[in-house]
Write a protein that binds this ligand. Structure first.
Ligand SMILES: [Zn+2]
Ligand SMILES: [Zn+2]
Length: 433
């Protein structure tokens, strides 16, 4: 006999078969307002924003934002055009999110149907909570623990008014990094797991080995008088590399350019969200931040390490430095971020060139896997952790090949009594406990 009261509807508004545009609406039958887990955007091949499926703000009791990346928070202000729902996230998620949304509006504002007014309204109707702090909204209980992905990133434990218990991973990392602890899996009886699958079929090499190789490679280049450019995402990856270099190569001269500087300020203001605050403070003291064009024109001429955005070389100061150092075989470009197939970073790794800009790289070129997402082993570890009570697994935020692979591996762990879904956008799942 199915206990009808514990049925929930889970509607996929985005991230069904794509990395990005996370947007999942959970609605308990006993309740007329539901909870929206993330409301993010994606970008098409031309770099134009793609929004998630529409939802009426009046149906949303609360929006829970797992972390500050635009593919999780970027569409939230849209709900404030005609409504005033409550947005719940950690303090760093709100602070970093504010910076990323403003930057997004500056670049793509023409194509966005909200403005700074709606962003402001979102912040006026927001509630920031800490890890381990429980809140109740419209009968839904919400609890965050650390997700290990970027500062303030959260796993969301959600219990519906009828008692259906959901864990939503957002983007998750199950290994400890320099700046963050690994995802914290609480001992709870979970009925439904909604899990990301960005690297659902990828086995990351051991982090320590990758870092060792990166450090050795940087040393070689600096010793021969070359300059190292590390294009890196301004949120997370830059702070990781700053910390790694301060610990392992403390005498290297390290510069940071781009938005990473302001993001690092937010890291320093939210120390309790860091694994080792005093280590991070020391790492920042060891780092020089580029203040403007006077610095920018000068620093790359010496054997230094420059960490600069954008991580995929889509623009930003990284591109400026690349033009300056690409021609010399003594220099190096070490990519440490995910490179989407249509990005200049991907092109450069494949061909050694960025055709459109006429850049040919003679400098040493290498990619290092310093991912902030769990690989397949980490994702399966989460499934394994909750295997005894799981009834449903919903796999989102991944390409279809990743999702299918992960679904098959998950089946090995949970057996045939668990429903495993790889839903598409607009699909509504009716889930039972
Ligand atoms: Zn994401
Ligand atoms: Zn993310």
């Amino acid at each position: 006999m199915v206990d009808m009261s514990k049925i929930v509807k889970v509607k996929i508004l985005g991230s069904g078969g794509e990395v990005g545009r996370a947007a999942i609406f959970v609605n308990d039958r006993s309740n007329n307002k539901g909870v929206l887990l993330d409301y993010g955007i994606n970008f098409d091949e031309e770099g134009l924003p793609r929004f998630p499926e529409h939802i009426r703000p009046i149906d949303v009791g609360a929006i829970v934002v797992s972390h500050a990346h635009l593919d999780h928070i970027g569409a939230v202000p849209r709900l404030y055009v005609s409504g005033k729902p409550l947005t719940i996230a950690t303090k760093p998620t709100f602070e970093v999110g504010n910076m990323l949304i403003k930057d997004f509006l500056k670049i793509s504002g023409y194509y966005v149907d909200y403005s700074e007014d709606e962003v402001l309204s979102m912040y006026e109707h927001s509630l920031s909570i800490d890890y381990g702090e429980e809140v109740e909204v419209n009968g839904y209980t919400i609890l965050f623990t650390s997700a290990g992905h970027i500062i303030g990133s959260s796993l969301t434990y959600l219990e519906t008014p009828s008692g259906h218990r959901i864990l939503y991973t957002g983007d998750v990392n199950t290994i400890q990094t320099w700046t963050l602890t690994k995802a914290e899996l609480w001992p709870m009886k979970i009925d439904t797991l909604i899990i990301e699958s960005t690297y659902g079929r990828v086995k990351h090499p051991p982090r320590h080995d990758t870092e060792r190789r990166l450090i050795e490679s940087i040393e070689e280049v600096l010793d021969s008088g070359g300059t190292v450019l590390i294009p890196a995402f301004s949120v997370g990856r830059s702070q990781e590399v700053i910390s790694l270099l301060a610990a392992e190569l403390p005498h290297a001269r390290v510069y940071v350019d781009g938005m990473a500087r302001d993001i690092t300020e937010i890291y320093l203001k939210n120390k309790k969200f860091l694994r080792d605050p005093s280590m991070f403070s020391k790492a920042v003291e060891n780092t020089k931040f580029v203040k403007g064009w006077q610095d920018r024109r000068r620093i790359w001429r010496k054997p230094v390490v420059i960490i600069a955005s954008a991580g995929m070389l889509k623009g930003g100061p990284a591109l400026y430095y690349l033009k300056k150092i690409a021609d010399n075989t003594r220099n190096a470009v070490f990519l440490v971020s995910y490179q989407s197939p249509d990005s200049p970073g991907h092109e450069i790794l494949e061909t050694g060139r960025i055709n459109e800009l006429g850049i040919e790289v003679k400098a040493r070129l290498q990619w290092f896997d310093l991912s902030s997402h769990a690989g397949k082993d980490g994702l399966l570890e989460i499934i394994y952790h909750y295997r005894h009570t799981l009834k449903n697994i919903v796999i989102i935020h991944g390409e279809d090949e990743s999702r299918t692979y992960l679904a098959n591996e998950a089946r090995e762990i949970v057996g045939n009594d668990v429903n495993i879904y790889t839903p598409s956008n607009r699909q509504e799942l009716i889930l039972e406990t």
